[in-house]
Design a protein around this ligand. Structure first.
Ligand code: SF4
Ligand code: SF4
Length: 459
């Protein structure tokens, strides 16, 4: 059964990504007229190179065409009529979409818009090799569907608990035979209790706002404790929390960030239908990648007359959890939590949404928390949605680099606001033989508000 809530309103046309790519003929220009990268945005780049040191792929390979400037040059070539070559596609595919270049750029180049438009052209117009197509089909048939992911919990738990995982790892065969499966194996978190969340959690004390809460896909299936902590903290801070777990599906972030625009639009319409008449003041998100996509719903559905206005209105209510908590100000008392915390800026929170100070402010307000900064915070950890599954080798190198910087802080806990980063950095720490507990920002606040012992977090 589909996870997408039943759609109301007009029937939607068959999306192009379901029909498969329509490859251009030989020598045809790279881009068609359906949202090509915008020339005026390409022309904004003055080739200064300030973005290069912040780009993880340039840091890894030192190749101009794997830098933001190089990719913008390739887009320009495409607009000038060059065909979409496998090499051009490879350089586009290697971009993590981390948006570090957007914040680094002094000329305000909207690389985020450029790469999104380029990727949807690539997805529609480039026919990938069979193996790659099969891998992508499998990834996108699984990850944006929380109920399908939930079905994996049982087998994964048995695999982890039975000793089979240790055996598989000892053979060392998996990375050689199936590197993508090996990546999934190394990333998978320890599966805890499923823990269902009720459709509504009432505010404690005076109600200050009514909020919708996105439960997400990976977050809902593998980190249900983060959603539970989010609902508890919001309620303790005076919010009525509306969850509607039966009505909400994927927000479309994974799809839009990978060029699957029509699929992302379907998911976005479903979420707008589920929440825009629910009487909420804010729609709260606790996963960085999802938040950045949700804030762009107005743009994503701009061409759809039935949804454009509703989507833009809905996007205006979207808040990262830390943004809303700072906006509201604390009312629930914080109890001491003596712990050192290294805070990792998730790219889609820091670079894509500009949310850096709020999580730190919330953490510093907990008595006993000592906050430590991680070196090179602008460099992505290599998670980037499913980039680490599609590109396991470079993702591992970026993960190890980040894990080393995190371990160097000497903190007890790594805290961040994205499930992908949590899994990626935890895997890097394990590979380096280190030991460090990871947690979402909201779990620190929840533990402090509920006066839980710090040992609960460090288990
Ligand atoms: S989005 Fe990230 S990986 Fe892509 S070009 Fe910009 S800095 Fe490099
Ligand atoms: S994207 Fe911005 S920082 Fe990078 S080369 Fe172009 S103008 Fe310079």
């Amino acid at each position: 059964m589909s996870d997408i809530p039943a759609q109301r309103g007009r029937p939607h046309s068959v999306p192009r990504d379901v029909l498969g790519p329509v490859a251009p003929g030989p020598g045809e220009p790279a881009f068609d007229d359906d949202h090509p990268p915008r020339r005026n945005l390409v022309d904004d780049c003055v080739h200064c190179g300030f973005c290069l040191p912040t780009c993880p792929t340039y840091v890894l390979w030192g190749e101009e065409m794997d830098s933001p400037r190089g990719r913008i040059h390739l887009m320009k070539q495409g607009l000038d009529g060059e065909p979409l070559t496998p090499s051009m596609v490879a350089h586009v595919d290697r971009c993590l979409g981390c948006m570090a270049c957007v914040t680094a750029c002094p000329s305000g180049v909207r690389y985020d818009r450029l790469i999104e438009d380029t990727r949807q052209q690539v997805e529609r117009r480039h026919r990938r090799p069979r193996r790659e197509r099969a891998l992508r089909a499998a990834v996108f048939a699984l990850f944006p569907y929380p109920r399908r992911l939930r079905l994996l919990r049982g087998p994964l738990r048995a695999y982890q608990a039975s000793g089979l995982r240790r055996l598989v790892r000892r053979t060392g065969l998996l990375p050689r035979l199936a590197p993508q499966l090996a990546a999934l194996d190394s990333l998978a978190p320890r599966i805890g209790p499923a823990g269902d969340i009720p459709p509504r959690v009432p505010a404690q004390g005076r109600r200050r706002a009514t909020v919708g809460l996105l439960t997400g896909c990976v977050q809902r299936a593998f980190f249900p404790e983060v959603n539970a902590a989010t609902a508890r903290v919001l309620a303790a801070e005076g919010c009525d929390v509306l969850i509607l777990p039966e009505r909400q599906g994927c927000c479309g972030a994974l799809s839009v960030h990978n060029g699957r625009r029509a699929e992302a639009q379907r998911f976005a319409r479903g979420l707008v239908d589920a929440f825009d008449s629910a009487g909420i003041d804010y729609f709260v998100v606790n996963a960085a990648g999802c938040g950045s996509a949700l804030k762009e719903y107005g743009e994503l559905l701009a061409d759809d007359p039935a949804y454009a206005k509703r989507a833009a209105g809905f996007a205006g209510t979207v808040r990262d959890l830390s943004e809303l908590l700072v906006e509201l100000g604390p009312v629930a008392p914080r109890h001491p939590l003596p712990v050192t915390v290294a805070y990792h800026d998730a790219c889609h929170l820091a670079h894509a949404q500009g949310v850096r100070t709020q999580p730190r402010e919330l953490l510093r307000a907990v008595p006993g928390v000592e906050l430590r900064e991680i070196a090179d915070p602008e460099i992505c950890c290599g998670s980037a949605g499913v980039w680490n599954v599609l590109n396991p080798e470079p993702a591992e190198r970026l993960g190890d680099r980040k894990a080393r910087d995190v371990l160097a802080t000497g903190a007890d806990l790594l805290v961040t606001a994205n499930p992908g980063c949590l899994m990626q950095i935890a895997a890097g720490v394990r590979r380096l033989g280190g030991s460090l507990t990871v947690a979402h920002t909201i779990q620190i606040l929840d533990a402090s508000i509920r006066a839980r012992p710090v040992g609960d977090l460090l288990r």
